[in-house]
Design a protein around this ligand. Structure first.
Ligand SMILES: C[S@@+](CC[C@H](N)C(=O)[O-])C[C@H]1O[C@@H](n2cnc3c(N)ncnc32)[C@H](O)[C@@H]1O
Length: 216
């Protein structure tokens, strides 16, 4: 069964954070690590792609309570949970797909995305990353923590499986369905470089989960 992306996450919003922190290897390390890679100056402006309930933001606010966040997500229930958690923080939420919504240009000290972008192809991500690059200030960085395919074979297999399942279920629409199709780190890096980021580096990894840093 394939569920539409937003509906998948909204149906699981209760217990989502416990699930992330207890079922995903090293989550208790990579969330705080990701937060530590973001600018530590007070009032930093951060764009979060696929912010969900704001797990990474909770760790970040511990360090930079005055941070100003713009979070984008297509699941309204996840955004509502985030809003309820951070009522006393500076948070602007955008309900929609990060592929579609415009981002303010030259505006953010950093962008971040955790565990969200492993559902999309390189062709989908390259123009998105161009938009992210343009949203950053001249010295801005994009911190991407996600899980990656171990090989091109795995990457191809999972994409083929998604297409096979969609065909089997008669789903010919362009909607996003929840099915993991991670790229290899090499292909993710290519997408970021082709989008115009000047450098891309692996900062750390925990098994298949990596944190990449792309510099505008
Ligand atoms: C596994 S959750 C991660 C949430 C949060 N970043 C975290 O690590 O806890 C993935 C999130 O990405 C969101 N998402 C997936 N595709 C999206 C898209 N195209 N545009 C905006 N949000 C998207 C989902 O709705 C979901 O809230």
């Amino acid at each position: 069964m394939l569920e539409k992306m937003g509906e998948f996450f909204d149906a699981r919003v209760d217990g989502y954070e416990t699930h992330q922190l207890t079922s995903i290897d090293s989550a208790r390390e990579f969330y705080p690590f990701t937060a530590s890679c973001l600018p530590q100056a007070s009032g930093s402006r951060i764009l979060d792609l696929g912010c969900g309930t704001g797990l990474e933001l909770g760790y970040y606010f511990e360090k930079v309570p005055t941070a100003r966040i713009t979070g984008v997500d297509l699941a309204p229930g996840m955004l509502e949970a985030l809003r309820n958690k951070f009522r006393d923080r500076s948070v602007t939420l955008i309900l929609g797909s990060y592929f579609d919504v415009p981002f303010e240009e030259n505006a953010y000290d950093a962008a971040v995305s955790v565990e969200s972008l492993h559902h999309f192809t390189k062709e989908e991500k390259t123009p998105l990353y161009g938009k992210v690059k343009n949203a950053l200030k001249s010295d801005g960085t994009f911190i991407l923590t996600d899980y990656f395919a171990a090989s091109e074979e795995e990457e191809r297999f999972r994409r083929a499986e998604l297409l096979r399942l969609k065909k089997e279920l008669g789903l010919s629409d362009e909607a996003f369905y929840h099915y993991d199709t991670p790229l290899t780190v090499a292909h993710e890096t290519e997408a970021l470089r082709e989008a115009g980021f000047s450098s891309v580096a692996v900062l750390k990894n925990w098994g298949a989960t990596y944190t990449l840093k792309a510099v505008r």
